[in-house]
Design a protein around this ligand. Structure first.
Ligand code: SF4
Length: 446
């Protein structure tokens, strides 16, 4: 058993990366070690993303290579988890890859040891592993010591028309507050400086154990949402200097959440997905807010946090989106003055409400044109906003070093580069900005 190796290929969002950290624990408990090499792997796991068709096509492409590998190495175990199995309720995706040995949604990883023993008794004979009541109870193998993902919930109840997540991950399940606070305390005791709280609707958090919150927690006041209260508790953990979260929903930016964001631990950045600046399109997307509500939320945030950097997600070319409706998104981008947008060209996902209700009637060329227009606007905005940092000092969490240059994110989630050495990885450094371009601030360590 000790000589067996696994390789995990993770696609998609931070939640998938965090889930892979839990899978590593399960495989480690079976005596397996990680490898980066397909040739030496006894098990190759794909943790998949279904957010767009291109993401799934990439997996199908890789599976063709895996099929060839299986032909010469038939004992290799190939497993697929994540969003593709999660949304495959009719078995069509599974049927396209008959050579795959294990195909299971994320929340079934708790049975991984048993299922491996069933399909490869000779390899996993006698393997015993703890069966967990929920996969979020599994302690992860963190990728770094200094920065960690901490999921607070999984799944989503929102049912946005274009989105597969409610199908792939199911309805929202909130982790107990006690589990989250204990995990973060243990992380900080082991030297962690930064946490990213994860959830599909991270700012709508309703744990069952609200008695966990301190009696003097001033943000424990909203019986429909305790996310602000959770942030307050985490801010009390001495040594935790950087807290952020993704992805919040515009409808749950409550006064308590905004108040918590003013506490010292919170990064000076918020990623708040808007998707469209047009009310008719938002309605068809089943995003239950208006442009006016979104802009008002940004104003409420900026009143309290005037230098807050903002990111968003936008979909262009959603079913029926006219030129005028797209222009509303462009004007919203300018009005909110986002620092960054992850802009996607709409792609139909089978099983979603949009796939049943609407035609995908904006041409690919038009989607691409709209995407490019927003891309140009984003780059112009980013240069202007980044150049405002010249002469200022930013606080950088160093996460990379190569060829004499350290890189990391500022508290505004700007990428920063400066001369340094490898020992600075995992530390926080003050850097005075000398020069700025679209995606990098260049500076000197003070
Ligand atoms: S809020 Fe909407 S877009 Fe986000 S995960 Fe839920 S259904 Fe998908």
């Amino acid at each position: 058993m000790a000589s067996k190796h696994y390789k995990i290929n993770t696609f998609g969002c931070q939640m998938n990366k965090s889930d892979s950290e839990r899978i590593k624990t399960l495989l480690g408990d079976l005596g397996m070690s990680e490898t980066e090499d397909d040739e030496t792997a006894d098990l190759i796991m794909y943790n998949t993303c279904s957010v767009r068709q291109t993401a799934e096509d990439r997996i199908y492409g890789q599976m063709r290579e895996v099929e060839k590998l299986k032909a010469v190495k038939p004992e290799l175990v190939v497993a697929i988890t994540g969003c593709m199995p999660g949304r495959d309720h009719d078995g069509k995706i599974r049927n396209r890859m008959p050579w795959v040995d294990l195909f299971f949604p994320t929340n079934e990883m708790v049975h991984l040891a048993r299922r491996l023993a069933e399909i490869r008794p000779e390899m996993f004979d006698g393997a015993t592993a703890e069966e967990y009541e929920h996969y979020l109870k599994i302690a992860p193998v963190y990728t770094t010591r200094y920065s960690a993902y901490v999921p607070i919930s999984t799944g989503c109840n929102k049912m946005c028309a274009y989105c597969v997540v409610p199908f792939s991950r199911g309805r929202q399940v909130d982790r107990p507050a006690q589990d989250i606070i204990s995990e973060v305390r243990a992380l900080v005791e082991n030297g962690c400086l930064e946490i990213t709280l994860l959830g599909q609707t991270v700012n709508w958090y309703r744990p069952k154990d609200i008695e966990t919150f301190s009696p003097n927690n001033p943000l424990k006041v909203n019986p429909t949402n305790y996310f602000g209260a959770l942030l307050w508790e985490l801010n009390q953990i001495s040594g935790l200097t950087r807290i952020h979260f993704t992805a919040p929903h515009p409808n749950h930016m409550t006064p308590e959440v905004i108040a918590a964001m003013q506490l010292p631990g919170h990064l000076n950045f918020l990623h708040l997905p808007v998707q469209s600046g047009n009310n008719e399109v938002l309605k068809r997307m089943y995003r239950p807010y208006t442009r006016e509500h979104f802009v008002d939320t940004i104003h409420r945030l900026k009143e309290r946090l005037p230098n807050l950097a903002l990111g968003t997600d936008i979909i262009v070319g959603f079913s029926g989106e006219t030129e005028a409706q797209f222009n509303d998104t462009v004007s919203l981008y300018k009005e909110c003055d986002f620092d960054i947008s992850y802009t996607a060209m709409y792609s139909v996902r089978s099983g979603t409400r949009a796939s049943e209700l609407y035609k995908d009637d904006v041409s690919s060329a038009e989607k691409k044109r709209r995407w490019l227009e927003l891309q140009v606007l984003m780059e112009q905005t980013a240069v202007r906003k980044n150049q405002a940092f010249i002469g200022k000092t930013v606080s950088v969490m160093v996460d990379h070093f190569a060829k004499g240059i350290c890189s990391g994110n500022s508290r505004e989630m700007k990428r920063v580069q400066f001369k340094g050495d490898k020992t600075l990885i995992g530390t926080i450094q003050d850097v005075k900005v000398d020069r700025a371009v679209e995606w990098v601030l260049y500076g000197t360590k003070t």
